[in-house]
Design a protein around this ligand. Structure first.
Ligand code: SF4
Length: 498
């Protein structure tokens, strides 16, 4: 069960997540804007559009020359916090960055308000704030070094290391200090940062986590984890920040681009295409919706089955189910209906209500299902607990057969790049063969898309390049593009070389 912060008794995020505790979770969304009169309001809107990337807490930092830097950090949803006029009036200025979070590696389930980003640091040349999406895989090592040299950490977040490394740099400008700091960290990081006059965006050399640039009228710019947050503020999508690129945006010079790291081949997260990103976002030059629909097409080609209906497990299975139906010719139907408002229904979830689990969120459309052979399309199987419950609900409703088709390969390895994953021994695919999983779930058939099929769906016509994979796919393949140094030192065993 997730921690429900005592300081916010009306936070219903833990309840709204019930029944989806065996999904991988993106841990953060980041946003920044420069050159608009109410940057905090633009940022609140952007963060609201990115809320699917983190519902536990959010924060905004702003600057204007009359009031200096100001910030607000709150637990709960953006819409419940950053809509109050009273609060937003304390955040004036044309420049802002913001962050929504689930929880970072250092403090899972025990978030304190001091862990909520953006983080702020006062340097000799002025203040700077920073918000980070990803995970620094050598953060323990850096933190130990910094504490040994006298740094005093305020939070348990690995992202704070960046601020301390900047503080110790002898470079003369904040962007130069940031470059130097980021060269020391390993892992996945997309960063938005701000000084008094500049908005800064950086992506790690492999570009694991996304970051995009948008343009508004009159020389204003925005940075965001996803394009859907540009749409909400009416910004035009310009381009993705390239892997290993730093952009420094100011009102007088516009967008300046730097490449502070040694060039590497991009390895962006393939799971963004499967699940994390919103289907109305553009990722890698493609519509996320279209990639997911194509995954369904590939799945139907790879693993056809005779059935009466194709039903998505809503909402994330929907585009792949549409693609499966189009390719197979089997009718698409809403066999499971999601209650969109469940998370707002109860204030205090009791144990009895919690036990109802997935039924609170998903309901079977009995009239449609009875007597039918049903293909259920879901985005992933992580622990398998939700899949089992859904199968029971479908059988209770009188389905004749249940066939699972999964829009990702078996998730057999944890992610160490900013995604919350259960320990390896809790991942169904790490402990069972596909046939054992089918038996465990109690379904008539269970098939996952192949890694090659998934790559084809993203536009890689020849599938996965085994020697130089085009994406990070470590949670499926066990091949980590950046060694998870801290985890290895804690005993995590990498996959044996074949
Ligand atoms: S391990 Fe999986 S979830 Fe994590 S970055 Fe790589 S592909 Fe994405």
């Amino acid at each position: 069960m997730r921690h429900m912060p005592a300081s916010n008794p009306f936070d219903t995020s833990a309840l709204s997540d019930m029944g989806s505790d065996d999904k991988l979770r993106e841990e953060c969304g980041i946003f920044g804007v420069i050159g608009v009169s109410e940057a905090a309001n633009f940022t609140a809107l952007g963060l609201h559009a990115l809320q699917h990337r983190g519902q536990e807490a959010g924060g905004i930092v702003v600057h204007d020359f009359e009031h200096g830097f100001n910030s607000a950090r709150r637990f709960g949803y953006v819409r419940d916090n950053f809509t109050s006029q009273k609060l937003m009036e304390t955040l004036p200025g044309p420049l802002a960055i913001g962050h929504v979070r689930y929880s970072t590696a250092g403090s899972k389930g025990h978030t304190a308000i001091r862990d909520v980003q953006p983080f702020f640091g006062e340097f000799a040349m002025g203040g700077a704030a920073i918000a980070h999406n990803g995970n620094i895989t050598n953060a323990d090592e850096i933190r130990r070094d910094l504490i040994g040299q006298g740094s005093i950490f305020q939070s348990s977040s690995d992202s704070e290391c960046i601020i301390h490394l900047m503080a110790r740099s002898y470079q003369k400008t904040i962007p130069e200090r940031m470059k130097e700091a980021l060269r020391r960290v390993e892992g996945a990081f997309s960063v938005v940062a701000m000084t008094r006059t500049k908005l800064i965006g950086v992506r790690d050399p492999l570009g694991v986590r996304p970051l995009v640039l948008g343009k508004l009228a009159d020389g204003a710019y925005a940075l965001s984890s996803e394009t859907c947050a540009l749409d909400i503020i009416g910004a035009e999508f310009v381009r993705e920040i390239a892997p290993g690129e730093m952009v420094v945006i100011s009102l007088d010079k516009g967008v300046e681009s730097y490449h502070p790291f040694d060039p590497k081949k991009s390895r962006s997260c393939i799971f963004e295409h499967v699940y994390f990103s919103r289907p109305d976002s553009i990722l890698g030059g493609r519509s996320v919706y279209e990639t997911r629909r194509q995954i369904g097409v590939e799945l139907a080609k790879e693993s056809p089955v005779d059935a009466d209906l194709v039903c998505p497990v809503p909402d994330s299975g929907t585009p792949a189910a549409i693609g499966f139906s189009q390719q197979s010719g089997i009718p698409y139907a809403m066999g499971i209906v999601r209650n969109q408002y469940m998370g707002r229904t109860f204030i205090e979830p009791t144990e009895q209500i919690r036990n109802m689990g997935v039924r609170l969120k998903l309901n079977v459309n009995r009239a449609l299902i009875k007597g039918k052979k049903v293909i259920l399309v879901d985005d992933s199987v992580v622990r398998g607990t939700t899949s089992r419950k859904i199968k029971e609900m479908i059988l209770d409703a009188g389905a004749a057969e249940v066939h699972f088709r999964i829009a990702s390969p078996p998730t057999a390895w944890p992610c160490f790049y900013g995604v919350d994953t259960p320990d390896r021994d809790k991942l169904l695919a790490a402990t069972m063969t596909e046939d054992e999983m089918r038996e465990h779930l109690g379904v008539d058939s269970l098939k996952f898309i192949s890694l090659d099929g998934l790559y084809r769906a993203t536009g890689e016509a020849k599938g996965r390049n085994a020697k130089q994979p085009q994406y990070c796919d470590a949670c499926f393949s066990g091949e980590y593009p950046v060694a998870p140094t801290d985890m290895i030192s804690k005993g995590f065993a990498l996959k044996a070389a074949e």
